[in-house]
Design a protein around this ligand. Sequence first.
Ligand code: ADP
Ligand code: ZN
Ligand code: ZN
Length: 730
Amino acid sequence: MNNTPTHNEHYYQVALPVPLPSAFEYRSDEVIQIGQRVRVSFSGRLLVGIVISTASSPQTSGHTLKAINFVFENEPLLPVPVFELCQWAARYYLHPLGEVFAAALPKKIRSGDLIEAKTSYLCASANGDMPIDAVLSRAPKQRALMSRLALGERLDREALAEEKFSQSVVDALLQRGWAHWQTESTPPDIYRARAREDQALDATDCQRDAITAVEFDGHQTYLLYGVTGSGKTEVYLQLIEKVLQCGRQALVLIPEISLTPQTIERFKARFDAPVVALHSDLTDRERANHWRDVRSGQARIIIGTRSAIFSPTRELGLIVVDEEHDQSYKQQDGFHYSARDLATVRGLIEKVPVVLGSATPSLESLQNVESGKYKLLNLPERANGAQKEQYRLFPVPQGQTSAFPDPALLEAIRKVLGKGEQVLVMRNRRGYAPVLYCSHCQWIAQCSQCDARLTLHKARSQLQCHHCGDQQGIPSQCPSCNQFSLIPLGEGTQRLESMLNEHFPEYPIIRIDSDSTQRRSALESMLNQVNAGGPCILVGTQLLAKGHHFTGITLALVLDIDHGFFSSDYRAVERTAQLIIQTGGRSGRESLPGAVYLSTTLQHLPELQALIKSDYLTFAHNLLRQRHEHKLPPYANHAAIRADARRPEAAYQFLTGIAAKIRPSRGCEVLGPIRPSMEKRAGWYRAQLLITGKNRQSRARTLIEIEHLLRKTKNRALRWSIDVDPSEPV
Ligand code: ADP
Ligand code: ZN
Ligand code: ZN
């Protein structure tokens, strides 16, 4: 059979969720629009895909085209701007379009659930009385269920499962003809009409200037640089108010950890418009329903984490990216996109303003201000009259391993607690101790799968690898010399917690890290406990630094910042500075003044001095100048080509081969391959090439060529990926 077109045959390129760059051609006698969702068979499986182009004659020759099996709804699945955003992202990040669509859609929608939400309820069928007790006397479960249905109750699958009515119980009633399924559209359940509970605050002069500076007739990205506590949220809320008044939707991105019920509540209480929150704790079903409500236009305000940038709004009016410097906006595996950067692209496509907010803006965004691309909005003071926190360097003598035997520091904490105030201690390391060490033979507990040390977790009596997740028991003797001489070195948050407990047994110590907050409700209740007031010590990782509004903290201690100033990663100073200022910004947010102590051996380091003496912007501009001198991002366009393989050397050799074949386009250089400092991770040996381009175009041209070379590899024991604008070293 050949592909000669018949008169009513149409040809479609379909993007499928497979790791191949091209779309696939199918035929159909139906007229299907670009963007519609279809089901096709691919390599013996049925897949859901999206039509990306149509033609009246086949574009592929030489083999028989399969027909499209099924067309879902008769309209495009995604609004045009989101469809375009996905296409842009696929090109820019060199990621297969079908997988980009998959990332943009909730699981249930991408696997074929209808866009109209339907729920099936089990109901009683027969009229009149059924002899329930008599007939079902020996089937108590059936009897229990049927008696409830007979009283007019209806149960959906979730309710049935919850009440432990099994499929066989349901089937038995269906077979008797006593019950049947009734399918209905699911009403959007998230929006009980609710009156506005909070009034807008009287904006400060600075807030008002920022709010009025944002223009809604077209696209512009604004960088809202507001010191910690300057009331950025109030600016967002008042901008959203304007957007709602024009009948448009608002999209707000926030880092995962900040998406607490408190934050959501704050938005819900302010507006009488429906708010949906898209976060990682939703069930697949909730996620799909929220997506539907955004698409139908019922949801007016969408607050979500990274992937919410693909929300299918109908009439977007504003995008806000809070804490725009936050690392969580960059997806680190699979489809390596930056939601912050896509926000700007989406703003451009939708012709709407984008507001990026932070007290510690990324150097990329500051550079965009310098070059005139973004407009700077400034909130230089705390909004509620609170004073700016005061920084002080707290020298740790060289060679001293722990900050806590330091009597002066302990005294400072005791004084604050004695006044009934709260202390925050930030150490960005979870677990009990980062090293388990033999004092006799110097053995160190290492992960067998990674070039990394195991972290001691005392509470669970485990050694854990924080890179591959491997876990094992804690040996009592040294595995190398058999002596009972193993000692934990250094301290993680758990050890700090117990040290603080010893020194301050009369005060509550609350630990916040990813071990203690695996459930969102745990974080919530800890935050509530702190904000209920009363002296306490809050100890934790960088999770503490993320936007929380603590009311009673007047002293923040930031421990172990030194390595950030000497890292081989050029981004480390920026990150460390952000962490210091964000943590410091949790101190003194209300009427009492706040202090921040940085424990360090680098008290004479000019950069550190500059950070605490000047404002973040001045500090960041110095960093920018250094980046400019060294031709580093944002003054160069990087991309990382990573490969890993089970066999040592294989990835390195593979990339050596690729590097030899590339002819970089003008203005573009290929560096490496290099072996990362942690060459082996989770049993894979890794290597990386760095592409650096003077401009995006030259980088893109080189990347296209590289991708082509990469795709030629048939080595199944080797994986590779392209990371455009990488945010991690390897
Ligand atoms: P940021 O996110 O900039 O760190 P927040 O939005 O958390 O700051 O605001 C800090 C505090 O200032 C909050 O308690 C908030 O209610 C208060 N605040 C914000 N704007 C105003 C205002 N215009 N008048 C009075 N208080 C305000
Ligand atoms: Zn030993
Ligand atoms: Zn490991």
